[in-house]
Ligand binder design. Structure first.
Ligand code: SAM
Length: 415
């Protein structure tokens, strides 16, 4: 990048951060007017939730803030989704759970496994950080979906998990998955306790629904979710409050979300209001105007996601997170994160076990996921230049273009 365009980008970023500051302080003024009402609501809710209950671990809770006796594993529905939330919930509710055989035939089989590997490493890294100072780890999986990360939490030997999502059917499937996992455990095998909450985290305060309203999390994991909340400042702030408000000091808010710089860069390079390939498409409403909130686009990933999402302007998120005592640990593009993690042999082994890359050239009895010849040009080049041992692992160019939209992030709650 030339020096002048770097300066231009820095200036643009500065002016956007100033605008963000203005929005945040304006919103905080409005909020202080609302917070009195909120206090009233809270006390009414607390009065309602007066009775004590037993928590999932089977221990009798001693705090007076426990919810009424109700089955711990019963999903609690807090708020019916409205607006875009309803579209998102309906979409995810309708997504069918696909068996392993069908999944392995999918065009994006390796892409999904790759994303899963990235999540595994991010989650593993922060479990390890917490474990250095603490044995019992409590986690909030915000936007857990059908429970795709349950096994990661089990492997991380956490003690307690709160799963929450806006989509009720997904939550039921997540809960069933947990129950099956628990039933399969051998006698000496430990599995975390769990609770399940159906709620729109961009509109409802989750802590009202925890079995212990003072629950303190070591990690909040928000994988491929946070961008749904950037519809308005209030929604983005509420999701942040849910993610970070109940973190213990030193706790982490980690996640994956589309990289707004990458999205806008690709859009600006396109001749239309959309861009993509045979694996993914992103359709913006308008090119050239990128409001800080409500900058909507439709994302389609091979029938996996096709719902409105919103640009998350990261410098703004960093500013907003300060309100909850959060400091950015890092933000890395998927490429940066991958290049860092792949250096470790154990991570490489995991990548193989998870089938996160496609073997190239294919075995005699298998076929490449893409039949476009230029989708493997990069792999061909590596082979030609003698830079890779055969067979090598790769992603088709189309899949790589889809996954390299994302970034990973981690914030830490200040002591
Ligand atoms: C791409 S899926 C990711 C699911 C899971 N985190 C994973 O990585 O497998 C996005 C999830 O976010 C959930 N979601 C979207 N908006 C939400 C909101 N406002 N509150 C709670 N969950 C939401 C969706 O229902 C969906 O399950």
């Amino acid at each position: 990048m030339s020096d002048s365009s770097k300066v231009e980008e820095q200036e643009l970023e500065k002016s956007l951060v100033e605008e963000a500051d203005r929005i945040i302080s304006k919103a905080s003024e409005a909020e202080s007017a609302v917070s009195l009402d909120e206090d009233n609501t809270t006390s009414a809710k607390e009065q309602d939730a007066g009775n004590e209950k037993e928590d999932v671990s089977g221990h009798q809770d001693t705090t007076s803030k426990k919810r009424k006796a109700e089955d711990e594993d019963e999903p609690r529905e807090v708020h019916l989704a409205e607006g875009h939330g309803q579209t998102v919930a309906a979409h995810y509710n309708e997504l069918q759970e696909v068996g392993l055989e069908k999944r392995s035939q999918s065009r994006i089989f390796f892409l999904r496994n790759f994303n899963n590997w990235m999540k595994s490493l991010l989650i593993g890294e922060f479990i390890e950080k917490v474990r250095r100072r603490k044995r019992e780890i409590t986690v909030l999986d915000l936007g857990c979906g059908k429970g795709g990360d349950l096994l990661k939490w089990k492997k991380g030997k956490i003690s307690k998990l709160v799963c929450t999502d806006i989509a009720e059917v997904s939550m039921q499937q997540c809960q069933q998955r947990y129950a099956d996992m628990k039933a399969r455990c051998r006698a000496n095998e430990y599995i975390f306790n769990a609770e399940f909450i159906t709620a729109d985290s961009s509109k409802e305060l989750l802590s009202d629904s925890y079995s212990d309203t003072h629950m303190c999390f070591d990690i909040c994991s928000c994988q491929f979710v946070y961008h749904y909340s950037f519809e308005t400042y209030e929604q983005a702030d509420m999701m942040l409050k849910n993610a970070c408000g109940n973190l213990c000091p030193g706790g982490y808010f980690i996640g994956t979300t589309p990289n707004s710089f990458e999205l806008v860069k690709r859009l600006e390079a396109s001749e239309t209001d959309s861009f993509g390939n045979d694996v993914y498409t992103v359709q913006f409403q308008k090119k050239g105007e990128y409001p800080l909130f409500g900058c909507k686009y439709n994302f389609n990933l091979e029938g996996v996601v096709d719902v409105p999402e919103f640009l998350v302007y990261f410098p703004l998120l960093i500013e907003m997170a300060k309100k909850y005592g959060m400091k950015l640990v890092y933000k890395k593009t998927f490429r940066e994160f991958y290049e860092e993690k792949i250096k470790d042999e154990e991570n490489k082994m995991l990548l193989k076990r998870m089938q996160a890359l496609e073997p190239y050239p294919p075995n005699d009895n298998s076929k490449l996921v893409s039949d476009k010849s230029d989708d493997y040009e990069h792999a061909e080049k590596l082979i030609k230049d003698g830079k890779a041992k055969l067979p090598l692992g790769t992603l088709s160019k189309s899949e790589w273009e889809a996954t390299s939209i994302y970034l990973v992030f981690a914030f830490e709650k200040q002591q």
